[in-house]
Design a binder for this molecule. Structure first.
Ligand code: BGC
Length: 409
């Protein structure tokens, strides 16, 4: 069902901006005017297409999904090779920055023509492909479209994720490649479940159930999704353990920064998987427990830190995550969801543009300048921020209608 009356001030500008920066090929440019993001990310695009679908702009979503399916099929030989050499491939490269050799990797971002980006980048990221599977399943259902033209691409992604999901990879922030990530697992589980149902593939559904079962088993203490999937039974449920030395690496834009994180670190990216894009129902105690933990630890006003040790551009508040917070709260407390949307609107510049993150409430103020010197001011506008705002508005409006408030205390 399409969202109705567009009352909030940034809705029209967000839709216009996304339309304006969708290439004729169907790709969405992540951040127009910001060189490092002059690509289409599968992750960002999945949510952006969903936002356009939600507001009835199905042609835009169709065009993106066609582009993605074409792009994936163009790189099908990588999945074929991975299947042929699975043992060799998953033995790893020994380089923490390259957990899987690029010959087997479906990239995380592409040029608008569907070519792999040049230069070093932490491309082995699985969450975006999980998000895409959910986004396209929603699109096909919403538009009552026959999945047949997409079957090969969806099948290819399912094969790829089925082989790789348990392997360490870069997280949603393109960091911590030696680790396994809760948000990634949740995104993959939901994507496999949605596409397994769509294509009637019971093996895919079974893999999804296995991932979800493990995810739930690791939630701590029974009710919060942590940033990392523990590496061993001994590490599970120990709050003070530091990650092993080989894992004390983070990569932001492929930068090495040594930062040990505690095993019980939480990450705002979990907000992305607390609803439609995750495997757990809204009433699950892990959903409400994680939402509470993030509100308590990472949220200031309506903005959300990625995680407390974030250094990228000083570690401000992320608009993408504020939109995800509004989506999650819409299911639980629509008053809070509206407050978060109000906060997002205060972050827009006079053109109504939203950036990637704020330059206020910095966790590491000393890290802002070095990033500005390196890549210029933070990305603005960021299409994904606008997309998450749109999804937050739509979720809140339908929450207002249903007015289902679940106590979060
Ligand atoms: C973020 C990614 C995002 C990319 C493009 C990176 O800085 O960490 O999550 O997909 O920018 O927006």
């Amino acid at each position: 069902m399409d969202a109705e009356p567009l009352q909030r001030p940034l809705v029209d500008v967000s839709i216009d901006l996304i339309s304006q920066h969708q290439a004729p090929t169907g790709a969405y440019i992540a951040a127009p005017g910001y060189d490092a993001y002059a690509y289409c990310w599968i992750r960002d695009g999945a949510f952006t297409a969903d936002a356009m679908d939600t507001y009835g702009h199905h042609d835009s979503a169709t065009s993106f999904h066609h582009w993605t399916a074409r792009t994936i099929k163009r790189h099908a030989h990588k999945v074929d090779l991975l299947e042929a050499e699975t043992d060799l491939a998953l033995r790893g490269t020994g380089d923490p920055l390259r957990p899987l050799d690029d010959r087997y990797v479906l990239h995380t971002r592409f040029t608008v023509d569907g070519n792999e980006g040049q230069g070093h980048w932490g491309n082995f990221q699985l969450d975006g492909y999980g998000f895409w599977l959910t986004s396209i399943a929603r699109h096909l259902t919403l538009t009552a479209t026959d999945p047949a033209p997409y079957r090969d691409a969806i099948d290819l992604v399912c094969r790829y994720l089925t082989l790789t999901w348990e392997h360490p990879c870069f997280d949603s922030w393109e960091e911590y490649p030696p680790r396994r990530h809760t948000t990634t697992w949740a995104a993959v589980a939901k994507g496999l479940s949605d596409s397994g149902q769509l294509l009637d593939n019971s093996t895919t559904v079974a893999t999804s159930e296995e991932i979800t079962r493990r995810l739930v088993g690791h939630a701590k203490p029974g009710s919060t999704l942590l940033k990392f999937v523990p590496d061993s039974a001994a590490e599970a449920h120990t709050s003070t353990t530091k990650t092993p030395e080989s894992s004390e690496l983070a990569v932001a834009g492929h930068e090495r920064i040594g930062r040990p994180l505690a095993a019980d670190t939480i990450d705002g990216s979990a907000l992305l998987v607390l609803g439609t894009y995750g495997p757990l129902p809204p009433a699950d105690q892990i959903v409400s427990g994680t939402l509470r933990a993030i509100e308590r630890t990472l949220v200031i006003d309506g903005g959300v830190h990625r995680y407390l040790e974030d250094e990228y551009y000083g570690g401000g508040l992320w608009i993408v995550l504020a939109g995800a917070l509004a989506c999650a709260q819409a299911e639980h407390d629509s008053r809070r969801a509206n407050e978060v949307l109000d906060w997002i609107e205060t972050q827009a510049d006079p053109n109504g543009h939203l950036g990637e993150q704020t330059d206020t409430h910095l966790r590491k103020p000393e890290s802002l300048k070095p990033w500005i010197n390196r890549w210029g001011p933070p990305a603005k506008p960021l299409l994904w921020s606008h997309a998450m705002y749109l999804l937050g508005v739509a979720a809140t409006e339908s929450g207002n209608k249903n007015s289902s408030v679940v106590s979060m205390s």
